[in-house]
Design a protein. Sequence first.
Length: 128
Amino acid sequence: MSEYQPGVCNIGRDERRKRRTAGLLGATAAVGATLFVFATGRPPTMLLLTFPLWFGAFVGFVQDRLGFCVGFGALARYDLSGSGGDAGAVSDAEAVRRDRRRAVEVLVYSALAALVTTAVVYGAGLVI
């Protein structure tokens, strides 16, 4: 997309790539930490500490998928410059409200996905 849409799209191709990269880094760290716990025989409760890593990974992936940045939404900004659009500030009060609501939705979706993933990994740790 090359046009800002309140509550729908506030980042372009370049910004989405950054979010996808952050998601991959978070997922890699989470998997690495999980494998470390399994390989070293640490207590399964240590797997609960992977939640922040999974959360960060999912925030990155969800932002990329939706084309919506939580930080930009909270700060009433957009950046579509990597997709042929422009970058700037959001001044319309209704648009700011929609963006902030969408930012909260992204965080809630990411937290739920991280919670489920952490629970599955923890359950696997109890079995292994």
